[in-house]
Design a binder for this molecule. Structure first.
Ligand SMILES: Nc1nc2c(ncn2[C@@H]2O[C@H](COP(=O)(O)OP(=O)(O)O)[C@@H](O)[C@H]2O)c(=O)[nH]1
Ligand SMILES: [Mg+2]
Length: 227
């Protein structure tokens, strides 16, 4: 087979990494913790966001950018609870930074503390795209099986937290939180695990407290760098 050498004049990955880092820094300066939420379709991301918005109502300010391939159904579900903008990818299986930047430009950032990006439902492609988030969280529901961390290693390796959702169904399905946690920690030893039921609003306080602490740590580190 004939080989052709193609000279690469620009490192596009480096440019994307720099753009994501600049976006992240801008959010840090504004005091906003940005969370990129990934999962397979139906794991419960939108339901979890509804529960988080209810938990923080009147106390913490959160906004959501919700990615979808075609519809604005999730944005409509979230509208009664939280400031939300729809990002429609037009068929792409993941979100990319330019779309996120556009969505952010449409939000009122005054006093905003948490920006959550609900990524397109897919455990493969979103793992490879830095959206300028501070924290990546993978949502795994008990109906998907406790073997998923090992089967989708990049999703877990690049995440700092794992929410195990649909715990209200645990008695009805063969799923072990211990097995899933051990599998995830083989790939990412530092990953924090939060079993919840987004539907029954159980475990949400612990998850939200973790996010509040993560934000405080981020802002503390930022203040140190400024001195
Ligand atoms: N039993 C149960 N069902 C849930 C829970 N969270 C979400 N669901 C259901 O799972 C389906 C998918 O949820 P959705 O939030 O749309 O998932 P997404 O595609 O990840 O955003 C819906 O029918 C939800 O009502 C939960 O904690 N327990
Ligand atoms: Mg959704």
């Amino acid at each position: 087979m004939a080989m052709t050498e193609v000279p690469v004049e620009r490192d596009l990955q480096a440019e994307r990494r720099a753009a994501a880092a600049a976006f992240r820094d801008g959010l840090t300066r504004r005091g906003i913790l940005c969370i990129n939420m990934i999962s397979s379709p139906g794991a419960g991301k939108t339901t979890l966001l509804q529960s988080m918005a209810k938990h923080w109502e009147g106390r913490r300010k959160m906004a959501v950018l919700v990615g979808d391939i075609a519809t604005d159904r999730d944005a409509k579900r979230l509208e009664p609870f939280v400031a939300v903008r729809q990002l429609t990818t037009g068929g792409a299986c993941h979100l990319a930074l330019p779309l996120v930047e556009r969505g952010l430009g449409e939000l009122d950032l005054t006093g905003l503390e948490f920006l959550v990006i609900e990524n397109v439902g897919n455990l493969v492609c979103p793992s490879s795209h830095d959206l300028g988030e501070h924290l990546r969280v993978v949502v795994l529901s008990v109906t998907e099986g406790d073997d998923k961390p090992g089967k989708y290693p990049k999703a877990f390796r690049t995440s700092q937290a794992c929410v195990i959702n649909k715990m209200d169904l645990i008695e009805h399905v063969p799923f072990s939180v211990e097995v899933a946690t051990a599998d995830a920690r083989l790939i990412q030893p530092e990953i924090s695990v939060f079993p919840v039921s987004a539907w029954k609003e159980k475990g949400i306080a612990e998850w939200c407290t973790h996010l509040e602490r993560s934000r405080e740590t981020l802002l503390g580190m930022h203040a140190c760098h400024q001195q």
